[in-house]
Design a protein around this ligand. Structure first.
Ligand code: CTP
Ligand code: CA
Length: 229
């Protein structure tokens, strides 16, 4: 073992977590990104490690310390994140908490783009990024036994998240209510519903991101059990 994980209900289990935004280059000095602090994904990696799991955290650019006892792989773009996730397999469970950019610039420039004299507008051609959650969920060989996605929704939260779960082929979806009433990006309070089946919806009270992480880690532990001894 390369890490001294504490003994716990996830001892002997390997888990992959994604976190943070991705940065999609426009040119060497500019990028497209989502708003994401990485707080939730990092807290999940931390909580899983404290239950004894061997955790690989694949993260986009964030201003957070590495969680202790976690193997951290830093990436920039969605395509790099997918490659790092594939490289982390096999795992028993995978939690996809990253805010992956849906689009990248189709042909990013090698040199800094200059303003063109007289041009009041400019257009970027975008290409769709791979869907990391759907790709890993759809693996016929080496699919993690438990795949967990996230869905940030502003309305009809459970309904939209149920659809997303079916579309992506994951086992669970953590539906995050990001309407103004329930929580805000970058803040610390979260209202989530854990959708573990089309008829299995668990609505949690408003919790801190650390508390959401704890609950999720314990639920994963209860589902996987320990691989030790
Ligand atoms: N996700 C991913 N790769 C992508 C996009 C999303 O792995 N290219 C994952 C996220 O990490 C999250 C889940 O998919 O776990 C849902 O992300 P979301 O942006 O809500 O889903 P989309 O299918 O992109 O739908 P939307 O059009 O609402 O953005
Ligand atoms: Ca998206």
């Amino acid at each position: 073992h390369h890490l001294a994980a504490p003994a716990g209900p996830l001892t002997g289990r390997r888990v992959l977590v994604t976190s943070g935004p991705t940065h999609e280059p426009i040119d060497p000095v500019r990028y497209i990104a989502n708003r994401s602090s990485g707080k939730q994904g990092h807290a999940i990696a931390d909580a899983l490690a404290r239950l004894g799991a061997e955790v690989t955290l694949v993260t986009g650019p964030v201003a957070l310390p590495d969680p202790p006892g976690v193997r951290v792989v830093a990436v920039e773009s969605a395509r790099d994140m997918l490659e790092a996730c594939r490289a982390a397999l096999p795992v028993d469970a995978a939690v996809f908490a990253a805010a992956v950019a849906d689009w990248r610039v189709a042909a990013s420039a090698d040199q800094k783009l200059k303003k063109q004299p007289g041009a009041e507008t400019m257009t970027l051609d975008l290409a769709q990024n791979p869907d990391i959650l759907a790709t890993i969920s759809g693996l016929t060989e080496g699919r993690p036994a438990l795949v967990v996605g996230f869905a940030a929704e502003t309305e009809r939260v459970v309904e939209h998240a149920r659809d997303k779960r079916a579309r992506k082929g994951c086992d669970w979806i953590v539906a995050n209510d990001v309407s103004a009433a329930a929580g805000t990006f970058g803040g610390d309070a979260n209202t989530v519903h854990l959708i573990a089946g089309s008829e299995d919806v668990d609505s949690w009270p408003p919790l801190s991101k650390a508390e959401v992480a704890e609950r999720l880690a314990h639920r994963i532990a209860a589902t996987l059990g320990s691989a030790a001894s």
